[in-house]
Design a protein around this ligand. Structure first.
Ligand SMILES: Cc1ncc(C[n+]2csc(CCOP(=O)(O)OP(=O)(O)O)c2C)c(N)n1
Ligand SMILES: [Mg+2]
Length: 392
């Protein structure tokens, strides 16, 4: 996978889409050639294996993946010190998906995913402090400390969904909203796991999205396990990119951030060109257990995890590329790692020191309705708990 070549593009001459020739102009522009085996297709022509990227973008992708990993490591430590409680699902190993995708799409595209959402929330614009603050149940959290690990939202990011698969029809609905409101250059990216992929609602969403030609990219993050169940034990067909039947599909090496970037860019262009939905399978791997209560080693071997870490790690993969092609030195990348660690530690400490939400019922009823659209009274469990918006 790391055999991909990055060639300095300054001296390169390339055929443009118009059929003429153009020299890539800047010294800092690179063409990454993705290795064979990066893609598998279903009723689709594969995206270009040559990916043009600036040096700055490649370095930013590296910084973003390191940040997401550090963020998850900080969450892990805070959980183990019992400052974070409840559900918490980390994405160590899967960073290339959130990072590569965000670099390829626009802020006004919509994204919705499962509970393994911290990296997406960060990439969609939530600060490190806001993500960790949310996990800590603090007022500075991205959902004001009321959502926790699975319920984070920012502009263009619709969660963070605890119910397996439930985000997929909502994603199709968001795609419908893009189309209905005439946002012809916007698409929805609806992510779900291999464990969600056999649910009826996934296929119902496929059907409606195809029927109505919606700009929806269905993305199966296949990390090989749904809790402790391996994909082959739950799915009659583990080629998740082929499961749209009447929807074309693309399987991508989800441990390669450049491949994820290129596939996401391709998907956005493809679906907003009026071709309807697309199914993508990002083949990836989570290093940790399903959640904090799962050591993650009872249904897979330590050797398997070690092998994925040492031969497929998305951060190490990009690091090798950056070094091999003279974009950064090992020492520069080490310095970046150190600085990111410092920033994450600082924001974690700030989030930890922040105040919890005020112990006042009004906090509970905030953000239930868009201001100005509230119903007069919201019923509580008992009449004494009824909340009158009208009286506020
Ligand atoms: C409707 C529903 N059924 C069961 C669960 C319990 N549950 C939580 S995560 C999970 C496995 C999902 O695996 P996958 O979709 O592969 O996502 P991953 O955890 O691998 O990211 C299950 C069964 C749930 N949250 N919602
Ligand atoms: Mg899974």
């Amino acid at each position: 996978m790391l055999a991909a070549s990055i060639r300095r593009a300054s001296s390169q001459v390339k055929r443009s889409a118009l059929g003429g020739f153009r020299a890539l102009s800047t010294e800092s522009s690179f063409t990454v050639t993705l290795p064979e085996g990066t893609y598998e297709t279903y009723q689709l022509d594969a995206p270009d294996a040559n990916v043009e990227l600036s040096k700055e973008k490649l370095i930013q992708m590296y910084k973003d993946m390191v940040t997401v990993r550090r963020l998850e490591m900080a969450a892990d430590a805070l959980y183990k010190s019992k400052k974070i409680r409840g559900f918490c699902h980390l994405s160590n190993g899967q960073e290339a998906v959130a990072v590569g995708m965000e670099h390829a799409i626009d802020r006004d595209d919509s994204v919705i995913t499962s509970y393994r959402c911290h990296g997406f929330a960060y990439m969609r614009g939530a600060s490190i402090k806001a993500v960790l603050g949310e996990l800590l149940g603090k007022r500075c959290g991205v959902s004001y400390g009321k959502g926790g690990s699975m319920h984070m939202f920012t502009h263009g990011f619709y969660g963070g969904t605890g119910i397996v698969g439930a985000q997929v029809p909502v994603g199709a609905g968001l795609a419908f909203a893009h189309k209905y409101s005439g946002q012809t250059d916007k698409a929805n990216f609806a992510l779900y796991g291999d464990g969600a992929s056999n649910q009826g609602q996934i296929f119902e969403s496929y059907n409606m999205a195809k029927l109505w030609n919606l700009p929806c990219v269905f993305i199966c993050e296949n990390n090989k396990y749904g809790m402790g169940t391996s994909a082959g034990r739950s799915s009659a067909l583990t080629k998740y990119y082929q499961r749209g039947q009447f929807i074309p599909g693309l399987k991508v090496n989800g441990m390669d951030v450049v491949a994820v970037y290129q596939a996401s860019k391709f998907a956005k262009a493809w679906t907003t060109a009026g071709n309807g939905p697309l199914v993508i399978e990002f083949e990836t791997y989570r290093y940790g257990g399903h959640s904090m209560s799962d050591p993650g080693t009872t249904y897979r071997t330590r050797e398997e995890i070690q092998h994925m870490r040492s031969s497929n790690d998305p951060i190490a993969g990009l690091k090798t590329r950056l070094i091999n092609f003279g974009i950064s030195t090992e020492a520069e990348l080490k310095q970046i790692d150190k600085e990111i660690r410092r920033v994450v530690d600082k924001e974690a400490a700030e989030a930890d020191a922040s105040a919890p939400p005020e112990a006042d019922p009004k906090i509970l009823f905030e953000d239930v309705y868009v201001p100005g659209t509230e119903i007069p009274v919201l019923r509580g469990r008992i009449p004494e708990e009824n909340w009158s918006f009208a009286k506020q």
